[in-house]
Write a protein that binds this ligand. Structure first.
Ligand code: ATP
Length: 503
């Protein structure tokens, strides 16, 4: 695995996985562009998730809802009121920070002093942040008295009181910008699932338990985007809302925890690198009955959330439904006089309308990319003493499945065979196959090691009957990324050989 974030960032830029957004104009913080290889890896991760959660199950439907949503959706979901992070400003330079990030970044003695001034322990960080939030005036004094430094200038700051900062992006809709003509870019894909609950049930005749899966972009105006693609303002999520009979929710929660861990394992992210955080009651989001956060051990960052698996009770459908009073909701919801739909489904035993409970496994695609890349990243010393970087990606995730390399790029008899092989392998539907004539063979191998191409197929003079050994006519060399073994394979058997290996 990667030893530092640095080496991943450098590989991603060098080989065309990930670029800074709007880079030629100085870059836009918190936005990244996925390059030629990044888009392939990302698509492969999403396809693996979709296959496992939609196609291989019999209790799931898919959805692709729109990104811009009616403001009432985000009002009744609770996001207008509560989707905020606490921020503080440094009056000396007008820089703004997310309170918990600012405090976490301080040296241990400063952190301890802040905790002491707040009557808290530095070991219980969530409780400290909660205390800072709850007592803004005392917090601003504590930050000043402890000598909390500005991460940008390095100097001791003059800190304001913490204030909540809502992270939703608002945008005007239509030609007239009046008071009500605005919507939000969704801060999570989940709300599109809840607002389509009735549509999906009516159009598919689903009964409980079943889920709706969605992959798509979400937007969060993070106060301090950082750590490469770990915390960005435009992100992508893979979310499931799994609807079940109240009372069976705890079992389903365990089911999904298990399923998700084994999915990560199949992507090359082992359980041993994921800590399961059973989120303490006082840190739970307002909608959550219980949440497991999967904390992956990122290089440089340490254990940070890669996926949250929440038991959201009947909070979401209960918040978006009409006639809330008649439904015996368990969750505490705000009154809704705007919704025109009753979000119930017949109880499978009694047939009485019920608002189901929801289990939500929610994973970030960008954080998945980072984890997958990090686990695959390998530095090896070869027998001859040289070092190579190789991405040992699972074949189904590799951006390029096979590179077909003509040994001489100007010899028609060789290039035409290589092109024909490329076309044939491409036709297998395994993913991208690359015709690779960009440099010498050694460089090509190095490049394909670094981007994780499982096999390189080389067409040489022997292949076309112009080499030393006539027995090698109509065969090619296949090189294995991980073992470096080279094998001569008949062209007529190549498709079957590759298919068997990449299955
Ligand atoms: P954090 O505490 O790290 O801000 P969160 O608890 O707000 O994350 P959720 O709201 O649970 O995150 O979102 C579900 C998933 O979406 C996360 O597990 C993560 O993989 C991804 N995600 C959330 N925010 C971001 C972001 N700013 N950049 C990249 N991925 C994100």
């Amino acid at each position: 695995p990667a030893q530092s974030m640095e080496e991943l960032v450098s590989l991603c830029k060098r080989r065309g996985f990930i670029f800074q957004g709007s880079e030629i104009y100085g870059g836009l913080q918190g936005f990244y562009d996925y390059g030629p290889l990044g888009v392939e890896l990302k698509n492969n991760i999403k396809a693996a998730w979709w296959r496992s959660n939609v196609y291989e199950r019999d209790d799931m439907e898919g959805l692709d809802a729109s990104i811009i949503m009616h403001r009432l959706v985000l009002r009744h979901s609770g996001h207008e009121a509560t989707f905020s992070d606490p921020m503080v400003d440094n009056k000396k330079n007008n820089k703004r920070y997310r309170l918990d990030h600012l405090v976490k970044d301080q040296k241990a003695d400063v952190l301890a002093r802040v905790a002491e001034l707040m009557g808290q322990s530095a070991d219980n960080f969530p409780a400290l942040v909660a205390a800072l939030n709850a007592n803004p005036a005392q917090a601003s004094t504590a930050l000043r008295e402890a000598g909390v430094r500005d991460p940008f200038s390095g100097e001791i700051g003059e800190w304001t009181e913490p204030k909540p900062f809502n992270m939703m992006f608002k945008t005007t809709i239509g030609p007239v910008a009046d008071e009500d003509s605005y919507g939000y870019l969704r801060p999570e894909t989940a709300q599109g699932i809840f607002t389509n609950f009735k549509n999906v049930v009516d159009s598919t005749s689903r009964r409980l338990p079943f889920g709706i899966a969605q992959i798509g972009k979400a937007f969060r105006n993070e106060i301090t985007p950082r750590n490469f693609i770990f915390r960005v303002r435009e992100l992508e999520q893979m979310e499931i809302e799994f609807f079940c009979v109240p009372g069976t929710d705890e079992q389903w929660h365990e089911h999904w925890l298990e399923k998700r861990l084994s999915w990560w394992e199949a992507q090359g992210v082992p359980r041993s690198k994921i800590e399961i955080l059973d989120v303490p009651a006082e840190d739970l989001a307002h909608y959550s009955k219980r949440t497991y956060d999967l904390m992956y051990d990122y290089p440089t960052l340490g254990h940070e959330e890669i996926e949250g698996i929440a038991n959201r009770s009947d909070y979401d459908l209960g918040s978006h439904t009409k006639a809330q009073g008649e439904l015996g909701l368990v969750a505490k919801v705000e009154e809704n006089n705007d919704s025109v739909a009753k979000l119930t489904i017949p109880h499978p035993e009694t047939n009485k309308p019920v608002v189901p409970f929801v289990i939500e496994p929610s994973a970030g695609v960008d954080r998945a990319m980072l984890a997958v890349l990090s686990e695959a990243f390998t530095k090896e010393t070869l027998e001859n003493g040289s070092e190579r970087i190789v991405l040992k990606l699972k074949p189904h995730l590799a951006p390029i499945k096979v590179a077909v390399i003509p040994l001489a790029r100007n010899r028609e008899e060789i290039t035409s065979v290589a092109k024909a092989i490329k076309a044939e392998l491409q036709g297998l539907g395994l993913g991208r196959v690359l015709y690779e004539d960009s440099g010498n063979i050694g460089k090509a191998y190095r490049r394909h090691d670094e981007v994780g191409t499982p096999y390189c197929v080389t067409v040489d003079f022997d292949t076309v009957g112009k080499g030393e050994d006539p027995a090698l006519t109509d065969t090619v060399t296949v090189r294995d990324r991980d073992t470096l073994a080279q094998e001569r394979v008949k062209i007529s058997e190549l498709s079957a050989w590759i298919q068997a290996k990449l299955r």
